[in-house]
Design a protein around this ligand. Sequence first.
Ligand SMILES: Cc1cc2nc3c(=O)[nH]c(=O)nc-3n(C[C@H](O)[C@H](O)[C@H](O)COP(=O)(O)OP(=O)(O)OC[C@H]3O[C@@H](n4cnc5c(N)ncnc54)[C@H](O)[C@@H]3O)c2cc1C
Length: 363
Amino acid sequence: MTNTAEFRDLTTIRVGGTIPDFREPTTRADLIETFRDVSSGRDPWFLLGGGSNIVVSDEPFDGTVIRISTRGIDRETDGERVLVTAQAGEPWDELVEWTVANGLAGLEALSGIPGTVGAAPIQNIGAYGAELADTLDSLQFVPAGRGDVVTLRPDALNFGYRQSSLKDGLDGLVASVTFALTPSETSTPIKFEQLANALGVELGATVALAEIRRAVLELRSSKGMVISDDPDSVSVGSFFTNPVVSEELSRLLPTDAPRFPLREERAPRVVPLGIEPEFVDYDTESHGVKLSAAWLIERAGIGKGFALAGSDAALSSKHTLAIINRGEATTNQVLELARYITIRVHDTFGIMLEPEPTMIGFD
Ligand SMILES: Cc1cc2nc3c(=O)[nH]c(=O)nc-3n(C[C@H](O)[C@H](O)[C@H](O)COP(=O)(O)OP(=O)(O)OC[C@H]3O[C@@H](n4cnc5c(N)ncnc54)[C@H](O)[C@@H]3O)c2cc1C
């Protein structure tokens, strides 16, 4: 008999339609076998972790969903490092808690991010100056349509800001992930000003792992960014990524706009009138300036708690970047609000916001 389920019960923003064929293998061998069978067929399939970074259509899903629930954490000493391998269904924050309790530094600033270990490399999760790519040793990957496990190293994964080849076309199952961590009771140097301020230390300082975890969890909770009974956490976290634009465009913004150059900025060039400017072609990804999507939204006139009339989708009352479901929101309502925000920001600043979550079940 085929099991069914509802995406709205399995996603943190609590929207999405029926799953007509729902599978939940619990051992690694079963997961790989189920994935091979399903992904070598003709019907659509989808791998579901904690459902914290997806927005799914209200319509029934046209295919099979495999939910990843495999558990287990192993460690192995490798010279001065400790290699920690976690199975894909391990809840991310339980892994972080385990590393902190076991005196292993590297993941502590990523405390409190919802979801599973297997999904963490997909968008190279990041927060408070750390990202998964900083400590990833390798991942064990099953290409779609196959049953063999290959080891992928970071250089094959093209990690960037909320990006990887896994989000960008490399289709398959992340079966487990291995991190290279440092045995230490103190953290890696703090890279995020807000976190340093919360701890009352300078940027670059190191403090006890447990202190970092406590401070990060506190900061995240104050923004509704830890899944809890806080109605502001019924979301997918940040709905938009921080846009990366050219230095020239970033200079046109009001002076108080937060700007984070990805590399040292080039000095502005003055082109005398009458001379044809020479446009330098360069890669915005590596030379551009990251802006704050939250600032752009607020300055486009959309404040915390904003909702369109008659809609149960709203901006979080604590964080302008999070769209929340206040109760009975549909996916259409969530997307209507997202479109409204995108248009307002574009009309005001000429900058197009991009959604962070993966959209499922749309053409
Ligand atoms: C309150 C809140 C706060 C958040 N804060 C942050 C943050 O600070 N930083 C950050 O980066 N993100 C954040 N997020 C987003 C989210 O938690 C992460 O992206 C997380 O890694 C998603 O994990 P998941 O298991 O829920 O993935 P899902 O939402 O289930 O899936 C996401 C994508 O990964 C794919 N996938 C899942 N598992 C696998 C697998 N084993 N193999 C291959 N593909 C797989 C899915 O098919 C889908 O495309 C936040 C979300 C919420 C709700």
